[in-house]
Design a protein around this ligand. Structure first.
Ligand code: GLN
Length: 453
């Protein structure tokens, strides 16, 4: 098959389905067809092509790419076009992947439903009355609805793994420091990581081969060798020690979801893995810690959107303070404003010690829980989310939405890799099982995820 034909077929599919699903906020049909033709030409000439040659890829809207709309689905950046490529985009292009467009997301990646996007709602391809999850909901729905072969998302507190679980696909959040964050619009810089959505674990491994590794533009990367992740996929988990943390099976988990996870544990036991009961005692603080630290970092990162340098600038302004206040008031949505207020509050002189510093200390304890657990086990198995995709018209309060993240947030706080792999159905909707690995242990969780499929 020619790459051009594959890309044409993908755009036909998007045109036929995206009215109903709403995965994309911008498309690059012309550029994509040109890039595909270039790949076909290389092949015709017998030139070497990259590992993702001709593969149609979608990007979350918070990833900058040259000349393309990149807005984090925020009104404050509506109409902004990237003036450079994010490192992941450069790496994808070098691997001859075809970038087809940008996907819908919660504004600045704050949310679990994709409903805080300034543009539109995205629907779950399994049931269009339900959310796809979030914040990378458009990337997840695009892959689930076969509108892209692979999509990148970002995960600060679960935004790859939770939508993967809700949409019945694979989503991987790499170790903090594994994949360059250069060119992704920062939400909470100490937590953000980019990772793939795919239909199979093997495709996730192939993507990791391309996007992982050092980059001069991100000093938080660690110089750890990038293995060939596909070589880890032996199909065998015999002797692997899988920890099951008791704290992940009590609070708020739906019984039907618990059943799917219990069956997954049984399946691993039958495949020869050793299941070990463990404890991560500080789990109960994770949501609180996250909702102090992530807004704190966000309030600082979002200070750059001031109506001067990028995006929306208010009209009829009276002096510079008025310019900032009006541009930001008009440009940011409610959830983003809520986070900026929380973040500013916990960082303010009178409250820093009580909130921000305390949260940092508890973050350390959460990290140490994992370090202790990994003295006993190779990886940890848990649910990805406490329920299945909820309804679009479900009016959840902010706190109810924050509790959605209860099982995913700890991996971000500890900087560890996590993967969600489809494990079964509850209420007719997909449920993912989550595997959390040691730092830079992506190969282990990919191997176990692949053996499970
Ligand atoms: N749902 C979480 C939040 O709203 C996580 C978002 C994310 O991972 N980007 O902050």
């Amino acid at each position: 098959v020619k790459s051009v034909d594959v890309v044409k077929a993908i755009f036909d599919r998007i045109e036929a389905t995206d009215d109903k699903i709403g995965s994309f906020v911008s498309l690059n049909k012309e550029k994509a067809l040109e890039a595909a033709a270039a790949v076909d030409e290389k092949i015709a000439k017998g030139e070497k092509v990259g590992a993702l040659a001709g593969v149609p890829v979608a990007l979350k809207d918070n990833m900058v790419s040259y000349g393309d709309p990149s807005s984090s689905c925020s009104k404050i950046l509506e109409g902004y076009e990237g003036i450079y490529d994010a490192t992941v985009v450069t790496k994808l292009k070098e691997a001859d992947a075809i970038i087809i467009g940008k996907t819908n997301m919660d504004e600045f990646a704050m949310g679990s439903s994709t409903k805080t996007s300034c543009f539109k709602e995205t629907k779950n391809p399994w049931d269009t009355t339900r959310v796809p999850g979030g914040s990378s909901g458009g990337s997840a729905s695009a892959v689930a609805a076969s509108q892209a072969f692979m999509a990148l998302g970002s995960d600060t507190g679960g935004s790859i793994r939770q939508p993967a679980s809700y949409c019945g696909i694979v989503g991987l959040k790499p170790t903090y420091g594994r994949v360059s964050r250069y060119g992704i619009m920062a939400f909470a810089s100490s937590l953000d990581q980019i990772g793939p959505f795919t239909k199979t674990v093997k495709d996730a491994a192939l993507t990791m081969n391309v996007i992982a590794g050092m980059d001069d533009y991100d000093s938080t990367l660690e110089d750890v060798e990038v293995p060939d992740y596909t070589e880890a996929l032996t199909g065998d988990v015999k002797g692997m020690k899988i920890g099951v943390p008791k704290e992940y099976f009590i609070e708020g988990i739906k019984p039907e979801v618990k059943k799917v996870i219990d069956d997954a544990i049984e399946k691993y036991r039958e495949m020869g893995a050793e299941i070990v009961d463990i404890s991560l005692p500080h789990t109960k603080y994770a949501v609180s810690v996250y909702y102090i630290l992530a807004p704190a970092e966000a309030s600082s990162n979002l200070a750059r959107f001031d109506g001067v340098r990028y995006g929306h600038r208010a009209a009829d302004i009276n002096g510079v303070d008025d310019l900032y206040i009006k541009s930001r008031s008009e440009g940011f949505g409610d959830e983003v404003k809520r986070r900026i207020m929380i973040g500013t509050y916990v960082l303010s002189a009178g409250f820093y010690d009580a909130y921000y510093r305390k949260a940092q200390q508890v973050r350390r304890l959460i990290k140490e829980d994992f370090e202790k657990a990994f003295e006993q086990v190779d990886m940890i198995l848990a649910p990805t989310a406490p329920g299945v995709a909820f309804r679009l018209d479900d009016k959840k309060t902010p706190i109810e939405l924050y509790l959605e993240d209860i099982f995913t947030i700890s991996a971000n706080l500890a900087g560890l890799p996590g993967i969600s792999v489809p494990a079964g159905l509850a209420e007719g909707m997909p449920v993912g099982v989550q595997l959390i690995g040691k730092a830079f242990g992506e190969a282990d969780i990919l191997r176990a995820g692949d053996a499970f499929e």
